[in-house]
Write a protein that binds this ligand. Structure first.
Ligand SMILES: C[S@@+](CC[C@H](N)C(=O)[O-])C[C@H]1O[C@@H](n2cnc3c(N)ncnc32)[C@H](O)[C@@H]1O
Length: 286
């Protein structure tokens, strides 16, 4: 922002121009979120306050946020928050920023559990807790257990659960087996790390330089690691008639289906809003 804006509306216009010149894909949305944050407002209230005068301290705060965003720090890290399934989650450098495509896991779990009283649900690799907490709040009477190997992620998930009023059994541990004593489950969801290390260079700088490697990357040379672990360790924890839902990266569906069918599992993939085969669903017989 070269000129000093006098109102929130002027600040927003300057912020949009600045981020658009930096070629950011979502310059408009980022500008709205960052200006709102600098003014201590949410996006809706920003639009209701466009004539509000801004102070020099607010201008300085907005300027700093915009410069950092232009340096490719994720907007969610700058605001400390990200919306997921209509709720605001705290995020930090210790967790993956919740992605809109992961909402499909929630939609599919809800669809599979329609009419089920007090369903039992598991989430493997919970990160911010976005999936486990959303399911606990959306499914009436649900008992939800979730695991992550990262103590720092777990601390954030606990804070999110408390602030959003969700009851989730959050455990620090390595993979699905850490949830064995809470089994059987009617649905298990997992958004495991699914980027191959050799793909790191192709990631956006926001992701590669700011999100935790533990949340992003598969072990080197083991592209099937998480699918096989979930098949081996999570499927045995399902109740009869239960389902395992795994988020996939773009292009991973054919291999995931092949691995599942080789093992004799009933499997299919569900597409996200962008048409990408995003969720692998495995059903166990009832
Ligand atoms: C792709 S992130 C998903 C986070 C969150 N569920 C979401 O959808 O936004 C994967 C998560 O798996 C966790 N993770 C990695 N290895 C793990 C392991 N061996 N056991 C449990 N969690 C693990 C990471 O710490 C990270 O939080």
């Amino acid at each position: 922002m070269a000129d000093a804006p006098a109102t929130a509306g002027q600040m927003l216009a300057l912020a949009r121009d600045f981020l658009a010149r930096k070629q950011l894909a979502e310059a408009r949305l980022d500008a709205e979120l960052l200006v709102a944050h600098a003014l201590g407002l949410d996006r809706l209230h920003l639009f209701l306050a466009l004539d509000r005068p801004v102070t020099p301290a607010e201008v300085a705060r907005a300027r700093e946020l915009l410069v950092r965003r232009a340096g490719r720090e994720p907007t969610a890290h700058l605001t400390g928050r990200r919306e997921f399934y209509g709720r605001s989650f705290a995020v930090s450098r210790d967790v993956l920023v919740p992605r809109p495509e992961s909402e499909l896991l929630v939609d599919r779990a809800r669809a599979l559990l329609v009419g089920r009283v007090a369903p039992r649900v598991a989430d493997v690799g919970t990160g911010s807790g976005c999936l486990a907490i959303t399911l606990a709040l959306e499914l009436e009477g649900a008992r939800v257990a979730a695991v992550d190997v990262s103590a720092a992620a777990l601390a954030l998930a606990r804070a999110n659960a408390q602030r959003l009023g969700a009851s989730v059994d959050l455990r620090e541990g390595d993979g699905p087996r850490a949830l064995a004593d809470a089994a059987p489950f009617d649905v298990e969801v997992s958004n495991p790390p699914y980027v191959r290390p050799e793909e790191a260079a192709a990631l956006e700088p926001e992701v590669r330089e700011h999100e935790p490697a533990l949340a992003l990357f598969l072990p080197a040379g083991e592209p099937d690691h998480w699918l096989l672990r979930l098949f081996d360790e999570a499927l045995p924890l399902l109740a009869p008639g239960g389902a395992l839902l795994i988020e996939l990266g773009a292009g991973q569906a054919p291999r995931a289906l092949e691995l599942a069918r080789e093992r004799g599992f009933a499997a299919r993939c569900v597409r996200d809003l962008a048409g990408i085969e995003r969720v692998l669903e495995l059903a166990v017989p009832g």
